[in-house]
Design a protein around this ligand. Structure first.
Ligand code: DP6
Length: 404
């Protein structure tokens, strides 16, 4: 044991994911076991990521947590589940390696307290799901700190269901599993991020007024009250999973895009079938849906596809060749409130001049200021260890750098 080492720090990053076959409903609330399998695309960390530093020291007197620079509740039950699981796996690994030397032991005692700091490179207020990246990053970072390997998606799942899919890059499925203990409810990569280089993801951040009902509470009510959700989970999702995987493997954008839209619409139909109903789409979301359908109708094929989670923001899929023109169409349909200086963020977008014919066919009743910003990204890799020590969010004293 290197007990003379005052502080051990590890920093990692993890991505956000967007589901194209939706997870909605649990069969076990504590272990977070879903009623159906789901599938997502991992978004690139250059645009959206969580960074987490975890540190241990014999000098720490209690476990502590800072989220985006603010001290937060480390006693949160889901966070405690992840910490407990990682510490259990560490103990298991240590006991398994007994007799073969101590090389697998972390260089500190398991009784040492841990400090954790986590921040997003995107504003939480943007309404982009951050819990998936947050828990994936927490679990990956703790695993690196304690030297645990193996089935980590099962641990991340216990933080937030969708987090298990952020443990891999590219195209990822979460198999619902059957076991009561959740051992087979894990995420698997379907294809790596390099599989479909032309695929782009454009996030339309809606200028939302109020925060909608959260996923956890919303899906509980759906499970209790929606027969449509039951039917979907049992009879429809298994076939849709197989279809979606096939479209991805064949890089068939039209089929992928159509099924993605149908999936999103069916998810929102189960929300409406929930009692009392859940409304996640607002007027701007509906205008985006109509715009995408007019654009596709003009070309006579699916060139753009939308999906919406438990909020009004639209996530659009398209091929690289469509981006410049479609962004201009969005700009004409939702003119930016303040001159559009920082309206489009992320990967570069070139200026385009769509034909008058296209504009008159698809742009209707412009809604100025309805979108706050656009963010262009692409499929990206899974969680990563950051080698650069200057990236640590906790200083040598184990406190957030800005506080030290
Ligand atoms: C609509 O993973 O946020 O985004 O497991 O309760 O933490 P908990 O829920 P969460 O739900 C995500 C729901 C969704 C669809 C999806 O990502 O598959």
């Amino acid at each position: 044991m290197a007990d003379d080492q005052p502080l051990t720090r590890v920093t990692c990053t993890a991505p956000v994911n967007i589901a194209v076959v939706k997870y909605w409903g649990k069969r076990d609330e504590d272990l977070i076991l879903p009623i159906n399998s789901s599938l997502s695309v991992t978004l690139h960390q250059d645009q959206l990521k969580t960074t987490t530093t975890a540190a241990v020291s014999r000098d720490f007197t209690e476990d502590r947590l800072w989220l985006n620079g603010k001290e937060s509740d480390i006693e949160h039950p889901r966070l405690q589940s992840c910490l407990r699981e990682i510490r259990r796996l560490t103990r298991k690994r240590c006991s398994e390696s007994n007799g073969e030397g101590n090389s697998d032991r972390p260089p500190f005692s398991l009784t040492y307290k841990v400090h954790i700091a986590s921040e997003n490179n995107f504003p939480t207020a943007a309404g982009l799901a951050s819990s998936a990246a947050g828990y994936a990053c927490l679990v990956y970072t703790l695993a690196k700190l304690y030297g645990v390997e193996g089935e980590l998606s099962e641990v991340a799942r216990q933080g937030s269901g969708s987090a298990c899919r952020s443990m891999f890059g590219g195209f990822v499925q979460w198999l619902m599993g059957e076991e009561a203990d959740g051992k087979d409810s894990i995420a698997q990569q379907v294809a790596p991020e390099t599989h479909w280089p032309e695929l782009r993801i454009l996030i339309l951040v809606v200028s939302a007024e109020k925060k909608p009902v959260g996923s956890t509470a919303g899906m509980q009510t759906s499970v209790k009250t929606s027969l449509l959700l039951k039917h979907r989970a049992k009879a429809l999702v298994p076939e849709r999973m197989a279809e979606m995987i096939r479209h991805i493997q064949q890089r068939n954008f039209e089929a992928f895009g159509k099924l993605t839209m149908q999936e999103s619409n069916q998810f929102h139909a189960t929300c409406l079938d929930t009692f009392p109903p859940l409304f996640y789409l607002n007027d701007t979301s509906k205008q985006v849906i109509a715009l995408v359908h007019r654009f596709n109708a003009h070309y006579g094929k699916t060139k753009v596809a939308y999906t919406f989670d438990a909020g009004p923001n639209a996530v659009l899929f398209m091929l690289e060749e469509t981006v410049d023109e479609f962004v201009e169409v969005v700009r004409r349909s939702f003119p930016p409130a303040n001159n559009g200086g920082q309206f489009v963020k992320g990967l570069p977008v070139e200026a385009a001049t769509p034909s008058e014919e296209l504009l008159s066919a698809v742009v209707r009743d412009p809604a100025p200021g309805a979108l706050r910003e656009l963010l262009l990204t692409k499929p990206g890799p899974g969680p990563m260890l950051v080698g650069d020590p200057s990236a640590h969010l906790l200083g040598p004293d184990g406190l957030p750098q800005s506080y030290s």
